[in-house]
Design a protein around this ligand. Structure first.
Ligand SMILES: [Mg+2]
Length: 305
């Protein structure tokens, strides 16, 4: 294939200092082409912070892969809704997740399946008739959490006033609650994601249209004013799926550094051909923070404000 033109450098990255966190064990870092990566990085550094922005996916990019790290899972797995709810939403997930993850299927098939998965799940949520105030409670009961180092990443971006867009097919209400809980919902962060709809008693009744799923996030969000207001030429893009790369087409830019969290070994080759850097396994954000520190010119031992 393109093996000969791909300079692959794998290094073992040990995070023994953080061994209390399940995801922070070992990670393999893989570059598509290390020299191109370095050239891009140098260009980002030279261009300065004022030309730099960050666009990140949320589920499984900012959250940990295992055991269950999605916005939807926070509500879908809430035991307070009873066995029937749990088995129903689990069955919907089991039907559609394999299609979602099967990149060999035609895009239209995956897109339609994602849509069905989304609408059926939202219907179950609405049937549960939960109040808005239950979201932080469900979050607390869930195992959804930010990857180790994400708070530091967001603090670092905030210190340098770098626009961070979280662009997600998840649920904005859950992302809001998680960032608020962790004390890192700063004013340089914008979130484009699905907004739950509530009635006048603040009971969840559905989701605002248009729906944003992993496969439609571009089409439905391309016109968002964010992309008209934030014009910065150098983009650091963080994702965990090939489709996340499409986020770059929403943002006017000249240069892109793309980083993927790649959990499945079977996806390694395909991801390597498409992303500048892969972080294999389920690591924390240490490597990303290292990269960001280089771009903003901050030393690792900088005291946090
Ligand atoms: Mg994701």
């Amino acid at each position: 294939m393109h093996r000969t033109c791909l300079l692959v450098v794998s290094i073992t990255f040990t995070l023994s200092r953080m061994s209390n966190l399940p995801e922070a064990e070992d990670s393999t870092v893989i570059f598509r082409d290390e020299s191109v990566f370095s050239q891009k990085l140098q260009k980002f550094i030279k261009s300065g912070i004022s030309n730099f922005q960050i666009v990140a996916d949320f589920d499984y990019t900012m959250t940990s892969w295992a055991p269950s790290g999605t916005c939807f899972s926070v509500i879908r797995m809430y035991s307070g809704f009873g066995e029937e709810f749990l088995s129903k939403t689990e069955a919907i997930k089991n039907k559609h997740l394999p299609i979602h993850l099967d990149f060999s299927l035609p895009e239209e098939v995956r897109k339609e399946s994602d849509y069905q998965w989304f609408t059926k799940t939202i219907k179950c949520f609405a049937d549960a008739k939960f109040p808005k105030t239950l979201i932080p409670v469900m979050l607390e009961a869930s195992q959804c959490r930010l990857r180790a180092g994400v708070v530091e990443f967001l603090k670092l971006a905030h210190r340098h006033n770098i626009p961070v867009l979280i662009f997600s097919g998840g649920i904005k209400d859950v992302i809001d609650a998680l960032l608020e809980r962790e004390g890192c919902y700063f004013d340089n962060i914008s979130i484009i994601s699905n907004r739950l709809k509530y009635d006048d008693k603040e009971v969840m009744v559905g989701v605002e249209e248009p729906f944003i799923t992993a496969s439609t996030k571009l089409e439905v969000a391309r016109e968002d004013n964010y992309f008209k207001n934030v014009i910065r030429n150098n983009v650091l893009l963080l994702g965990d799926m090939l489709s996340d790369l499409k986020m770059a087409s929403c943002v006017k830019h000249t240069d892109l550094l793309s980083v993927a969290f790649c959990y499945h070994e079977k996806d390694r080759e395909q991801y390597r051909e498409n992303f500048d850097m892969l972080l294999m396994g389920n690591p924390g954000f240490d490597r990303v923070n290292e990269l960001l520190r280089q771009i903003v010119g901050e030393r690792p031992d900088k005291t946090e404000l």
